[in-house]
Design a protein around this ligand. Sequence first.
Ligand SMILES: Cc1cc2nc3c(=O)[nH]c(=O)nc-3n(C[C@H](O)[C@H](O)[C@H](O)COP(=O)(O)O)c2cc1C
Length: 181
Amino acid sequence: MQVLISYHSDYGNTEKMAQSIAAGIRAGCSSANVMLKNVEQTSLNDLQDADVICLGAPVHMGDVSWQMKKFIDEAGKLWMEGALEGKVGAAFVSGGGFGNAGGGAEHALITLHSNMLEHGMLVIGFPKSLLGYGEGGLQWGPYGRSGNAEGMPSVVSEGALAACRSFGAHLAEMAGKILQF
Ligand SMILES: Cc1cc2nc3c(=O)[nH]c(=O)nc-3n(C[C@H](O)[C@H](O)[C@H](O)COP(=O)(O)O)c2cc1C
């Protein structure tokens, strides 16, 4: 099973989440070949070669960062060809969460899901029964909050990274069932 995890990260939080999801996938499926790439180094061929595509971004002004949106728009070429139909998709985001209101994390996750569904992909969410959901889960996927309660910059918690690992294992299991690996 070829898995692509493509992420954008300015300050390392989304990158840490990507690494934890990769560790979870490897733990959940020993035969998974996981490619971890910054979105600015990700090509359309990488998308086409993957069976499972997991996209992650920081929340910027209530949605995904422009670097991720740029890549999404460039991948519109593959929509024309139907090249991603039937692939398994998943999403994760990191945000400061200012004001304890999520700061647009849900919206950013839905942006990623919506685009995957537009391509005809099969999207895997984050069931609340999984380990770590309480600290690092939203029903759409892992959310790592990097701002503290006072709204000051901090880093994603170990609990959120544990949620990423359990999500990765779940994603590998679900993809294995769907794609019959
Ligand atoms: C330009 C900009 C806009 C941001 N807008 C939001 C926002 O709307 N909501 C939010 O929760 N966090 C916002 N943040 C905070 C980042 O999402 C947060 O620091 C995130 O953890 C950064 O991830 P990274 O370390 O992978 O770059 C913003 C940060 C920047 C630089």
